[in-house]
Each structure stands twice: as structure tokens, then as C-alpha cells.
Ligand binder design. Structure first.
Ligand SMILES: [Zn+2]
Length: 228
């Protein structure tokens, strides 16, 4: 018998596509290390688990599952009227965390409704590229070739972020993508609509909320999340 506080079962899927993934035998020796599942197309991987419910309780469970010193970043403080619309992790429950994702939504005077998705991931995971709509897993194209577009604060670090071209996407100009490296992991920001990238200012703060605790109860959760 389930109760309202029981977590809703989540179907694990591939971080790089939306295919359901099958669990590998526990004694299977696979590359990359830490892989627990297999995608029919992308092979061995850790499993992506999306938020079954975008709520404080669901977010608390997400933070508990990814508490192995892996950050979950949110714009901080969240502007009035903005809310958390999605979150997910790769690994976490049954393997070291390889990625976390959060999405927030609100509106700006110039752009109307705005979605921002933040992905932190180990190189090669491919979740940020999936959110960006790119075929390759890492954002190396264009990174560091020019001056960064923006810097955001993550903890005590000022992290430079470069634009990642989405020009190869078929007429899909609905988003802007910036990426950089923070603490040895890729940091991706995907913003819709594309023009809303101008909202990112150099004093933007992304806070690791994995250790924040009770103040998170104040955050508004819910509403439609972005497509990814
Ligand atoms: Zn896949």
C-alpha cells in the first residue's frame, strides 16, 4: 500500500536520448566505469532519473540521492515570480552522481516567459548536449576560442561561459546555450527564448543547494518545465 509521501517510481532513461535503459548485471565489467545501465543506442551509461513530481519533497529526495559531494545549482536568490520547474540526476541513487539538472522559469519584460536549465556534468555524460539539442556530448566547440560571453559566480569562483553554437540545428533558434568548466565538470546553461541570454549578467550567482536544507522549503515548485 503506497502513501502520498512514497516516491513515485521513476523509469530510468539514457542521459543522451530518451530511451529507457536496462539494468546491467551487477557483476558485469563495463566501460565507462560506474555504468549501471545500457542504452540500445549509446551503450553502457549511468541512468538518468527525471523528477517524478516537481515539488519540495521530490527535490529533497533528489538532493539526498545526489549527496555524494555533487552540486545541484540554482540561480540564487530566485527572482520574485520565478519557480523551479524541473530537476533530474544521472547516477546518484545506485552509482556515483554524473550529472544534475535544474530548470527554473519566470518572465522578463523584454522576453516574456523565460526558461533556464542548468546542467552540471562529468565530461562525456551528454545530458547538457541533449538539453542544448546537440549531437555531440561535450561543449568543446568554440570554448575558449574567444572572450567568454558572461561570467557567473559558483561558490567563490567566477566561471567564464562561452556561447555554444546551435546553428547546426535545423532552424531551431529558440534557445541560447553557454557552457564552461567549473570544478573539473562541464557547466551548461540553456536559455529559452534565445534573446533571454541577455538576462545573464556577470553578477549572476549559481548556488550549490545540496547543503542548503530547510530554506529550500520557501522555493516555489511546479508549472510546465522545458522540453528536453
Ligand atoms: Zn541513449
Amino acid at each position: 500500500m503506497s502513501s502520498p509521501s512514497d516516491p513515485v517510481p521513476v523509469t530510468p532513461e539514457c542521459p543522451r536520448c530518451s530511451a529507457p535503459v536496462a539494468r546491467l548485471a551487477s557483476d558485469a565489467v563495463v566501460e565507462p566505469r560506474g555504468a549501471t545501465h545500457a542504452c540500445p543506442e549509446h551503450g553502457a551509461t549511468r541512468a538518468l532519473r527525471r523528477a517524478p513530481e516537481v515539488s519540495y519533497d521530490g527535490f529533497a529526495r533528489h538532493l539526498l540521492a545526489t549527496a555524494d559531494a555533487f552540486p545541484t545549482l540554482l540561480p540564487w536568490p530566485l527572482s520574485p515570480g520565478w519557480r523551479v520547474t524541473d530537476f533530474a540526476s544521472v547516477g546518484g541513487a545506485d552509482a556515483p552522481t554524473a550529472a544534475t539538472l535544474t530548470s527554473v522559469a519566470g518572465s522578463s519584460q523584454l522576453d516574456g516567459p523565460v526558461d533556464l536549465t542548468v546542467v552540471v556534468e562529468e565530461p562525456g555524460t551528454g545530458l547538457g548536449a541533449r538539453c542544448a539539442g546537440l549531437g555531440h556530448t561535450d561543449p568543446w566547440r568554440g570554448l575558449g576560442a574567444h572572450a567568454p560571453l558572461v561570467r557567473v559566480r559558483v561558490g567563490r569562483s567566477s566561471v567564464p561561459l562561452w556561447p555554444v553554437s546551435t546553428a547546426a540545428l535545423d532552424g531551431d533558434l529558440d534557445r541560447s546555450v553557454v557552457a564552461g568548466e567549473a570544478g573539473g565538470r562541464w557547466l551548461w546553461l540553456v536559455v529559452r527564448p534565445a534573446s533571454a541570454i541577455l538576462l545573464l549578467r556577470d553578477d549572476w550567482i549559481l548556488r550549490d543547494v545540496s547543503g542548503v536544507g530547510p530554506p529550500l522549503v520557501e522555493l516555489p515548485f511546479g508549472g510546465p518545465g522545458p522540453r528536453w
